[in-house]
Design a protein around this ligand. Structure first.
Ligand SMILES: Cc1ncc(COP(=O)(O)O)c(C=O)c1O
Length: 468
């Protein structure tokens, strides 16, 4: 079927954007008619609900999307926490186009291409101390599964092959691979697959406690002791069996859960004491989201492995990267030089177009000083999001860097319904937020200006007020 031909017959959503508009994407497809929405099995979506009332985005620039029917919508979530430099960055488009014109693909198994090495070197330049080895993947999920495998293989390379147990955290999100799902702690993501999850996994308690910490500004002060639960798990399983602990420095997808002051440092200490690797999943916090290139630097806690994706290419081309401490890489560099040290990798690891996108993205971050801009905006942002305190049903507000969350009291027997209605109202009123359970999450592009912060907060507050 040719999607460029507008189908005849009744269809509420069909419009034809003007393809001569220079701001339009190169290829605009008219909004599909109802029956044409069926083939795409949409991820993490209520497919039937969506297809009954679709919300279609047709183009994007700067802080905004435009819907298929030409409405401007401000992006309060950087796409899906990834478009940190804002939309439609020409430098990225041109770098990708140029790379595709020069060499669209090259394998990274037993072969190399210069741009991959250039990118790894550039990334090491902004990484926390000692994290000077980079393994490329194509997504956050792949980065997580890669890091977990590296952790297990690292211990084996040092003669401690029994260290296979992984420790995650309740309400953690580490993507949808079997490894990430197993160490993750979101029940809906796990329950269908419960018998197929990795067997040697345990979980720390999550760090959200409204009783002690509701409406904290920045990091909550209560709860550092929750890190000591790791000692309890060590006592239960014995350190000699534990490979790694993985946590998000700030848990994003489960509704923005902040680490209490001192919590991450305490985890680091306990891991060091027992020779357990600490993995930070920085898929959301990486690339400037909280005012430093990585949360490891913002919180002054250096992990052994760090998983990233999202902001790495500004969302333009899928790519992920696992950063590793040198000691881990070095542990693999033994045996005959002709031996492959790690039997792991992806056809598209270090894909040239993704490398080009990432290099162009890093160039923008550096020129516009975006990796530290969230720190400059964070107090204005904090005041703005906390101004929603007192709106009906608001039971908590959380913030750090350019992350915000408003937690609503769930409707009786209908968890998530109230926040979803708020999300829909915001979208109708020109603001795209993210909803997870009864939490509204905000994570705008790092180019956001004051007036746009005000617009987002006013619209969200209004939508909350108008939702029963
Ligand atoms: C912390 C974290 N880890 C992993 C992932 C998975 O990334 P992806 O969807 O690119 O596989 C996400 C996605 O939101 C994430 O937030």
């Amino acid at each position: 079927m040719n999607l460029f031909i507008i189908p005849s017959g009744p269809s509420p959503k069909i419009t034809s954007p003007d393809p001569k508009d220079p701001r339009m994407n190169a290829r605009i497809t008219p909004a599909p008619a109802q029956g044409e929405l069926d083939a795409f099995w949409m991820p993490f979506t209520a497919n039937r609900q969506f297809k009954g009332n679709p919300r279609l985005l047709a183009r994007a620039e700067g802080m905004h999307y435009w819907t298929d029917d030409g409405r401007q919508v401000i992006d309060a979530v950087a796409g899906l926490w990834c478009v940190n430099a804002g939309h439609g960055r020409r430098e990225i488009t041109e770098a990708v186009a140029q790379q595709l014109g020069t060499m669209e693909y090259a394998p990274a198994f037993q072969m190399g291409h210069p741009i991959a090495f250039e990118l790894a070197n550039r990334l090491v330049g902004i990484a926390p101390p000692g994290m000077d080895r980079v393994f490329f993947t194509n997504s956050g999920s792949e980065s997580v599964d890669t890091a977990l495998k590296i952790a297990i293989a690292y211990h084996r390379a040092r003669g401690q092959g029994q260290r296979t147990r992984l420790i995650g955290r309740e309400r953690g999100y580490h993507g949808v691979g079997f490894g990430g799902m197993s160490v993750g702690g979101m029940v809906n993501n796990r329950k269908l697959f419960s018998g197929a999850l990795l067997p040697s996994v345990d979980h720390l308690p999550h760090t959200l406690d409204l009783g002690h910490n509701a409406f904290s500004r920045g990091l909550p002060h209560w709860g550092m002791h929750l890190a000591n639960e790791l000692e309890r798990l060590v006592a239960l399983h014995d350190a000699s069996n534990i490979a790694a602990v993985i946590v998000e420095p700030i848990a994003g997808s489960a509704g923005v859960l902040l680490p209490p002051v001192g919590y991450l440092k305490r985890l680091r200490e306990i891991c060091d004491k027992h020779d357990i690797l600490l993995i930070f999943d920085e898929v959301i916090t990486g690339f400037g989201r909280i005012g430093k290139p990585f949360a490891a630097q913002a919180f002054e806690v250096t992990p052994d492995l760090m998983t990233t994706a999202k902001g790495l290419t500004n969302g333009a081309i899928p790519m992920g990267a696992v950063f590793s401490q040198r000691k881990i890489y070095d542990a693999f560099m033994q045996g005959p030089e002709s031996a492959i040290e790690l039997f792991h990798g992806y056809t598209y690891s270090a894909h040239p177009a993704a490398c080009a996108a990432a290099l162009a993205t890093l160039g923008i971050y550096q020129r516009e000083q975006l990796l530290t801009r969230a720190a400059a905006l964070s107090s204005e942002w904090q005041e703005a999001v906390h101004s929603m305190r007192g709106a009906p049903h608001v039971i908590d507000i959380r913030n750090y860097g350019l992350i915000g969350a408003v937690e609503l009291e769930p409707r009786a027997g209908k968890p998530g319904a109230r926040a979803f209605d708020v999300f829909l109202k915001c979208f109708e009123r020109g603001v795209m937020v993210r909803v997870t359970g009864d939490t509204i999450a905000l994570s705008p592009p790092l180019i956001i200006e004051s007036a746009q912060i005000a617009q987002i907060v006013e619209t969200l507050a209004g939508a909350i007020r108008d939702t029963a």
